[in-house]
Ligand binder design. Structure first.
Ligand SMILES: Cc1cc2nc3c(=O)[nH]c(=O)nc-3n(C[C@H](O)[C@H](O)[C@H](O)COP(=O)(O)OP(=O)(O)OC[C@H]3O[C@@H](n4cnc5c(N)ncnc54)[C@H](O)[C@@H]3O)c2cc1C
Length: 414
């Protein structure tokens, strides 16, 4: 059986790897260059600790407060578009306490084996940088760790296995000399990791190629159709036939799914990142800057600063103003390392494929034999990619939808 994976982002490539390891014949069709989408731009956090829905009690009020602040960390922009208004309405409903709690549990279950699955990639020879020092959350204001504390208080009774250490500012500085003198509160999560997102993609492509999988770049699929037991994917270079198809197109999923008359509530939320060397000794941990809502990942190639959530987002443009903000808003948190902005050429932007309830779609398209979707992973695509891939592999190879994947089905949500 041949499975065509459409989309060479972190979801598509993990799925290709997982299926290949189970003996499936796989082909990957990527419309552009691998790494140019959100999958290359992100902070690379593998974070079971922060795997909770964005749609949470209180978020709507925060969004409305910042609606017209084009420089805010979270911006929700009004737009006279029915799909967007419906998305926002469903987002506000998903933020109600009972729905939020259901979402937290679903993500907790999906993440149950995430760390093992990342280790399996390494064990199989997928080469990429992965660091296990955890996340250090830093607040400039007394009480600034507020929601972080609440989150752990909530997750632990639900069975979350991660631990958190609360640190005095002096302890945080001793642990990581990059932490600055103005920090008032700090906490260290031990379970979380981070990867170099570009290296993860490159490592997967290299391993897939070794395993005999053809990964085609610059091969956009414009439409698809089914005749008999086969799918035909239409590309400029000619048709591609497959028994099964996985649409792993992130925020672009609907463009292709329209050819089978399916529309998912996925909207792009734009974020940005920049890599820089800076001066001094780089952080030893991933840092979460509480008030600025930015994430820092000290990668071997430089420190990546990532953040901002612009809803709805579009396009590939990267306003210099946003990159400058990433750097300037980092500065107040820093001590032994400074994010010097000289020679910055690597500012990038990407669209997080966001669903109203912050849960991805992972499963078969109803009434379309052999067609599957894996899209809508929002802020958590890197974290959830191996678990998504394993779930799809069970569905495609074993013909079983595992119980923990049920909340992510399309049926009943579209
Ligand atoms: C600033 C920022 C920080 C983030 N930080 C984190 C983090 O720390 N941890 C985490 O877990 N997640 C993080 N995320 C989220 C994560 O990056 C996304 O959830 C994830 O990359 C989505 O992956 P994807 O493969 O679904 O989509 P994409 O990365 O968008 O990949 C889809 C691919 O499909 C291709 N494509 C589009 N149309 C076609 C077509 N017609 N035919 C063929 N191919 C096509 C695109 O070129 C693209 O390569 C962050 C995102 C951003 C923007």
């Amino acid at each position: 059986m041949t499975t065509a994976i459409i989309g060479g982002g972190v979801i598509g490539l993990n799925t290709a790897w997982s299926l290949t390891r189970r003996g499936e014949d796989v082909i990957v069709l990527e419309g552009g260059r691998i790494g140019s989408s959100a999958s290359g731009v992100n902070a690379g956090w593998v974070t079971p600790s922060l795997s909770t829905p964005l749609a949470s009690p209180g978020i709507v009020a925060t969004g409305i407060r910042h609606m017209f602040d084009k420089d805010g960390a979270l911006t929700i922009r009004p737009r006279p578009d029915t799909a967007w208004i419906k998305w926002l309405w469903n987002f506000s409903r998903a933020a109600r306490p009972a729905a939020y709690e259901r979402g937290v549990k679903a993500l907790l279950n999906l993440n149950e084996h995430t760390l093992d699955l990342f280790d399996q990639l390494h064990e199989d020879g997928v080469e990429f940088e992965m660091q296990k020092a955890g996340i250090l959350a830093l607040a400039l204001q007394p009480g600034g760790l507020g929601w972080f504390r609440q989150l752990f208080d909530q997750l632990t009774p639900m069975g979350f296995k991660g631990t958190i250490e609360y640190l005095t500012p002096a302890e945080a500085r001793a642990m990581d000399p990059a932490v600055g003198p103005d920090i008032q509160e700090a906490a260290h999560t031990l379970i979380d990791r981070f990867v170099d997102p570009d290296a993860l993609l490159t490592g997967l492509v290299t391993r897939l190629t070794e395993l005999g999988v053809k990964v085609h770049e610059d091969r956009p699929v414009s439409s698809m159709s089914r005749s008999g037991s086969k799918w035909t994917l239409h590309t400029q270079q000619g048709p591609v036939e497959a028994d099964n198809v996985v649409v792993a197109l992130g925020a672009a999923a609907n463009r292709l799914l329209s050819s089978v008359k399916v529309k998912l509530p996925i909207i792009g939320a734009k974020g940005y990142s920049v890599d820089l060397k800076g001066s001094g000794v780089p952080p030893r941990h991933a840092l979460y800057l509480m008030e600025a809502k930015l994430g820092l990942s000290p990668l071997e190639k430089g420190v990546r600063i990532a953040g901002f959530f612009e809803l709805p987002g579009s396009g590939n443009d990267v306003p210099q103003r946003r990159i400058t903000q990433l750097i300037e808003q980092t500065r107040p948190y820093m001590g032994g390392w400074s994010p010097e902005s000289a020679n910055i050429t690597t500012g990038r932007g990407g669209l997080r494929p966001s669903t109203p309830d912050s849960l991805p779609f992972i499963g078969p398209v109803p009434s379309q034999e052999g067609l599957y979707v894996a899209a809508g992973h929002g802020m958590l695509g890197v974290t959830l990619a191996p678990a998504t891939a394993a779930g799809l592999t069970s569905m495609i190879v074993d013909r079983v939808i595992p119980e923990h994947i049920l909340p992510f089905q399309l049926a009943g949500r579209i």
